[in-house]
Design a protein around this ligand. Structure first.
Ligand code: SF4
Length: 64
């Protein structure tokens, strides 16, 4: 489990990748799951396109 985004990124459109939560990436042999430290159920249905707990990560890596 770690916070480094895997490649290829699972659910590239997910908000979680840009969230300051920060999400953890849980890898198995066949897939990667996104574990949210803020949600009680831990695994949000992916891709997360809207989330009440979302906070943009700062600094934004893409914001150049
Ligand atoms: S707070 Fe929402 S957007 Fe952020 S990692 Fe958790 S589920 Fe994803």
């Amino acid at each position: 489990m770690d916070e480094t985004p895997p490649s290829p990124l699972p659910f590239p459109t997910s908000l979680c990748h840009r969230c300051a939560a920060p999400p953890k990436y849980v890898r198995t042999k066949t897939s990667t799951f996104i574990l949210c430290p803020l949600l009680p159920q831990k695994y949000a249905p992916q891709p997360v396109l809207q989330c009440p707990l979302f906070r943009p990560r700062s600094p934004e890596p893409e914001a150049k």
